[in-house]
Design a protein around this ligand. Structure first.
Ligand code: BG6
Length: 530
């Protein structure tokens, strides 16, 4: 049996309908909001995230006309260079980034005048008074009084930066606003997240704190709420009476890339499940919020996290799977195993694949398992949510037709953003034969363009003071409350035989076992997957 099940499930499906948004329009033809004036102070400005994600996002915003004329960047990093060198380095990276839309030399020349760089050692307390002087100087010369701090550094130095900002009085302003954006990972377990939150709250007010989970900025992730709460068609069936089980998958073909030091300490569960995938689960499972605003949405997500059944060590042994890739091939090219990647311990026990079966113990979801899985160096790049509905109560066409497959709603997060619904129809002909068909809505097909990239949306929201797509203190702690017992149990359970899947494969076989423990319920599921 195929362990990954991505293609096989629709083997017999015929696509019947392309649902197009009407009228056909480009998202960027809508009037776009503009960010407040501000100075964006980036800690970790010479790092990878700044080059690959933040700067392309900012450049796109400038090109779309969303950037306030008084928007500037002050990059902080340890690498010695001046602003000219910083602009050149960032410009070269932005030109290559897949997140940059319509890069042009002239567009970049206009944009780069907003970028400045300052060398600084964030561990040196005197640095923060230098930073304050620099910001005061900029303001005297016409820069905005609003300060948006962006902490894009390893989690271990986030605390000292926040304390340094507080000690220098940079945490609030008499005239103008101050906000702080914190990158993931937010701690590495419940205790460290609580400690970091205490440090944050000792210096900043929660209303000014923006914890990033970039999945929340993705178009299709935001669309989950519109799909569920903007249509009367789906919500009535969105519960245990009609839904059999839900699968949330984030498969990547990339390996550890150049992040071995980070990944060795993190692993797939902390890197992807503790944040991105739990957020997808929360948006899929949450109750309707009373309003579409930051606190109402976050309140409902927290309720979902609180309803997830805590796992004992025995549960972890039964309901989770982990894996690590060995050598293999991706797109026909040989690639090394995780343990052979530069910077990785040759006997590393870090997992590059994690799968968990979650139970949500609440009124709506009792008895409906949520299967979460993610892995690196898998056969394809794909992030999606599959909602499997129950079979019809009576098998009316059994005997006169092939098996009727239960309906499946697929929300594709990437790479082909959209929604598809698989349902059964009569096959043309004089006989009563059925076939599974599929109605598809594709963002690309309907809007002719991809929407803004996640960081673009989130950066603009932080400049406008909208925290709806950011995570709150209790939310990140609730996420760790779910994940930490799994990490602890894994540390105590017998070590798995790593590597246990080949790069370019469908992942470790143990994923099958997770599905099979569904017992009798699994029957129909397996019958239409073989
Ligand atoms: C990051 C993880 O948060 O998300 C990476 O640290 C992962 O390991 C990435 O590759 C995936 O993001 P996206 O947007 O490419 O799905």
């Amino acid at each position: 049996m195929d362990t990954f099940l991505i293609e096989s499930i629709y083997r017999d499906t015929i696509m019947v309908a392309i649902i197009q948004a009407s009228p056909l329009e480009k998202w960027s033809q809508e009037p776009l909001p503009t960010g407040d004036s501000c100075v964006l102070i980036i800690f970790g400005a010479s790092g990878d995230l700044t080059k690959r994600k933040l700067m392309p996002g900012l450049y796109n915003l400038a090109c779309e006309g969303c950037m306030n004329p008084r928007f500037e960047v002050l990059g902080i990093g340890r690498t010695p260079m001046n602003s000219e060198e910083f602009r050149k380095k960032i410009g070269e990276a932005a030109a290559k980034s897949k997140d940059t839309r319509d890069f042009s030399a002239s567009g970049w020349t206009d944009f780069e005048t907003r970028l400045n760089y300052m060398v600084g050692d964030i561990n040196n307390p005197t640095f923060y008074s230098r930073l304050r002087n620099q910001l005061e100087e900029m303001e005297k010369n016409g820069s905005s009084p609003n300060h948006l701090f962006y902490v894009s550094t390893p989690a271990s130095v986030a605390g000292p930066i926040i304390e340094g900002l507080g000690a220098a009085g940079l945490n609030r302003r008499d005239h103008g606003w101050t906000r702080i954006v914190l990158e993931k990972p937010f701690g590495r377990d419940l205790e460290s997240a609580q400690t970091l939150n205490d440090v944050v709250h000792g210096v900043f007010d929660e209303k000014t704190v923006y914890r990033i989970d970039h999945y929340l900025g993705k178009e299709t992730v935001q669309n989950i709420l519109v799909f569920r709460f903007g249509n009367s068609l789906f919500e009535p069936v969105w519960n245990r009476n009609y839904i059999d089980y839900v699968e949330i998958t984030a498969a990547e073909t990339v390996g550890v890339e150049n992040r071995a030091a980070f990944y060795e300490e993190t692993g797939a569960l902390r890197d992807m499940v503790a944040n991105h995938l739990l957020q997808l689960l929360a948006l899929t499972a949450m109750e309707p919020p009373v309003a579409f605003d930051a606190d109402s949405v976050r309140e409902q997500k927290v309720q979902v996290f609180r309803s997830i059944r805590p796992m004992s060590v025995e549960d972890v042994a039964r309901f989770t799977a982990r894996g690590q890739y060995g050598p293999g091939a991706i797109d026909g090219k040989r690639v090394p195993g995780y343990r052979q990647e530069p910077g990785v311990n040759p006997s590393s026990m870090t997992e590059t694949y994690a799968a968990v079966k979650f139970h949500i113990d609440n009124w709506r979801w009792a008895g409906v398992p949520f299967y979460i899985r993610t892995g690196k160096r898998l056969a394809r790049n794909l992030t999606e949510i599959r909602v499997h509905l129950k079979p019809t109560p009576q098998a009316l066409f059994a005997g006169i037709s092939s098996v009727i497959a239960p309906n499946v709603i697929t929300i594709s997060i990437q790479p082909d953003e959209g929604i598809s619904i698989a349902f059964d129809a009569k096959r043309p002909g004089t006989q009563m034969r059925t076939v599974t068909v599929q109605a598809n809505f594709s963002y690309q097909g309907s809007f002719r363009t991809k929407g803004p990239v996640a960081y673009e949306t989130l950066l603009l929201d932080s400049m406008r003071g909208d925290a709806t797509l950011f995570t709150r203190r209790d939310e990140v702690e609730a996420e760790w409350r779910i994940i930490t017992p799994i990490e602890d149990a894994w540390a105590n359970l017998p070590a798995p035989a790593f590597p246990n899947y080949a790069a370019g494969s469908e992942g470790p076989a143990s994923w099958n076992e997770l599905h099979e423990i569904r017992g009798s319920n699994a029957e129909h599921m397996i019958s239409h997957r073989d």
